[in-house]
Design a protein around this ligand. Structure first.
Ligand SMILES: Cc1cc2nc3c(=O)[nH]c(=O)nc-3n(C[C@H](O)[C@H](O)[C@H](O)COP(=O)(O)O)c2cc1C
Length: 343
């Protein structure tokens, strides 16, 4: 018999338990976790749907990648990880799950002639899979098939009900909101297609860079946009780790003004602008990598010489970018041991 914790309105166990049948017969509040699997493929975001087994409620409908009730004593994350391995044969760590939000499901119906009152406190997670992930071991009793769908097309399809599904459109939008945050998916891209980058895209990238906060709002930055092949080749030689620059269609060289009001903060301001620029590059479907120049004097001088940068400016970084010719999954770098709560 499956036993659940009875939970309060915040999803916290009350100390009482209930069996599955009673929970659904009497509408006793219990917990479930939903886990959506996503991957980036050729610049698009795809979401995995599972097709429910024909013996289950909503037979043959497309549904959440993996979902399940939480047994008494378990937590949302550990239960989601276990369901994932049971239903789809995918192994993951709890910290791979990205929190999307909580929701409360209230649903009154009748099943096989019996009243059905569902009161679920649900925690929704998403997780990124490798771009080439296609190996699933399906649990026959639960899942008949899986399907990768473009996330936007999936949202359209659920909205128009153009394929058989039992997916909550608001939950899907909640997942999209989290997936759009490319802090977790941006990677260093060092191989580029032989294809120019549109000027509008470069302008969008520079707009994001210049939107960065800076000390006393001093905005110490200027940017050189290099497409000249000889200059790109020369820049590729300013450090042992800059070789990819010669194969990039374009590189941004960021520089800072020496006479800014708070020069001690200039490198920090430039770093924030670089992160903005990098995230926007990713958002534009492009890829790039930050090449460290400042604060190493010899590299700074070499870059300034190649681009004839005037004396009042100092070279900060090189950022070669273009349409990616490689696909990578970002690491999960969350480390709880780095957090020190002072309460
Ligand atoms: C300040 C800084 C300097 C970097 N310099 C180089 C470099 O010279 N060459 C290079 O290939 N990557 C360089 N990188 C990229 C890092 O190696 C990369 O960000 C890191 O390994 C994490 O990988 P990710 O960007 O894919 O998350 C630099 C990154 C930063 C933030």
């Amino acid at each position: 018999m499956e036993i659940f914790d009875v939970v309060n309105e915040y999803g916290e166990p009350t100390g009482n338990t209930v069996d599955r049948e009673t929970a659904h017969l009497e509408g006793v509040r219990h917990r479930t976790s939903h886990l959506w699997l996503l991957r980036k493929k050729a610049g698009n975001t795809e979401i995995l749907l599972q097709k429910r087994a024909l013996t289950k409620s909503f037979p043959g409908c497309y549904d959440i990648s993996s979902a399940g009730h939480i047994p008494a004593g378990d937590d949302f994350r550990e239960s989601a990880i276990r369901e994932l391995s049971e239903e789809l044969g995918i192994m993951a760590e709890e910290s791979d799950l990205i929190y999307c939000g909580d929701k409360y499901i209230v649903w009154d119906d009748e099943f096989f002639g019996k009243p059905y009152h569902d009161r679920q406190y649900t925690r929704v997670f998403m997780m990124w899979l490798d771009p080439d992930e296609n190996e699933f071991t399906l649990q026959e009793e639960e899942v008949v098939d899986v399907l990768w769908l473009d996330l936007e097309k999936c949202i359209e399809g659920v909205k128009d009900n153009s394929f058989e599904n039992c997916i909550d459109i608001d939950e899907l939008r909640m997942v999209r909101r989290t997936a759009m945050n490319n802090i977790y998916t941006r990677v260093s891209i060092r191989k580029y297609q032989d294809k120019p980058v549109e000027k509008e895209k470069t302008e969008a990238i520079l707009r994001a860079a210049m939107q960065a906060p800076s000390a006393a709002n001093q905005q110490p930055w200027e940017f050189y946009i290099v497409t000249d092949k000889e200059k790109l080749e020369a820049l590729s030689k300013v450090s042992p780790y800059a070789g990819m620059t010669k194969n990039a269609p374009v590189a941004i060289v960021s520089v800072y003004r020496k006479d800014c009001s708070l020069p001690a903060y200039a490198n920090i301001d430039m770093s924030i602008a670089m992160e903005n620029l990098w995230l926007e590059t990713d958002a534009q479907g492009l890829g790039g990598v930050w090449l460290g120049i400042a604060p190493l004097e010899d590299r700074m001088k070499a870059v300034e010489g190649i681009l004839d940068i005037p004396d009042n400016l100092r070279a900060f970084a090189i950022f070669p970018y273009g349409y990616p010719a490689e696909e990578k999954k970002q690491q999960n770098r969350f480390d709880e041991s780095r957090i020190h709560y002072v309460e």
